[in-house]
Design a protein around this ligand. Structure first.
Ligand code: DLZ
Length: 219
């Protein structure tokens, strides 16, 4: 049973993610990260934060697949294709004869190897990869002088939500929608002021492990 926290011992601030009572175990999970390359100083810190927390929760390095796209607008398509590709791959009964080549570099589902082909002696017969348990979409949008920001924020957030509801695979919303550069830096733990802020990428890594674990239980 969940214990309620003693209100008198709570932090003075009411904002932010409360620590979970449960330490979710990521050791059997497979997680994808897709990141956009706009504003890459901030992006790099966010991706590093997410990866650090995935590993801390036991996700194996070989089960973390990282992809990149030009900008945040491209994130939904990448997430959608990666989820679809990983399910195709996982449901295939044909062993991967390609010596461990992953399709993640191309965002295209792998071509099924020939069923009649005989693997070279000693060739590794890798089992099909398991589907992704969660995908983390990471982007940094910083408001400019035009309406571009509003359109991208709106369409990307709606599309990412739709993908997770349509596929049942959690899509972690790792898109910063910042009004200023300083806001973005602070949310990546790179603040230029007295406080460096907090790296939200870490929260996204934890959220991926938590949601991936929940979805398996809820299946
Ligand atoms: C064009 C654009 C602009 C102005 N700003 C950002 C941004 O702050 N963050 C981001 O991730 N992407 C930006 N982009 C690029 C678009 O997301 C997209 O890559 C292009 O419009 C091509 O579809």
């Amino acid at each position: 049973p969940r214990e309620f926290r003693d209100c008198n011992k709570m932090d003075p601030t009411i904002k932010g993610l409360a620590q979970s009572d449960v330490q979710y175990d990521g050791s059997s999970l497979r997680i994808a990260i897709v990141y956009a390359r706009w504003n890459n100083t901030v992006i790099d810190a966010l991706v590093a934060g997410a990866v650090a927390k995935l590993k801390e929760r036991g996700v194996k390095e070989s089960n973390i697949v990282i992809e990149t796209v030009p900008g945040s607008f491209e994130l939904p398509l990448a997430c959608s294709r990666m989820i679809a590709g990983s399910h195709v791959q996982a449901s295939s009964t044909v062993p991967d004869l390609l010596g461990g080549l992953s399709f993640s570099g191309s965002l295209s589902p792998p071509k099924a190897p020939s069923r009649t082909g005989t693997p070279a002696p000693g060739a590794a017969l890798n089992l099909p990869k398991q589907p992704f348990d969660a995908v983390i979409a990471i982007g940094v949008l910083i408001k400019g002088a035009t309406m571009h920001f509003e359109y991208i924020c709106d369409s990307v957030s709606q599309a990412l939500m739709k993908i997770q509801l349509d596929t049942g695979v959690p899509v972690i919303f790792g898109v910063l929608t910042a009004l200023t550069e300083d806001q973005a830096l602070e949310r990546a733990g790179l603040g230029r002021g007295a406080s460096k802020g907090h790296n939200h990428g870490e929260d996204w890594g934890l959220a991926a492990v938590e949601m991936g674990s929940h979805v398996r239980r809820w299946a």
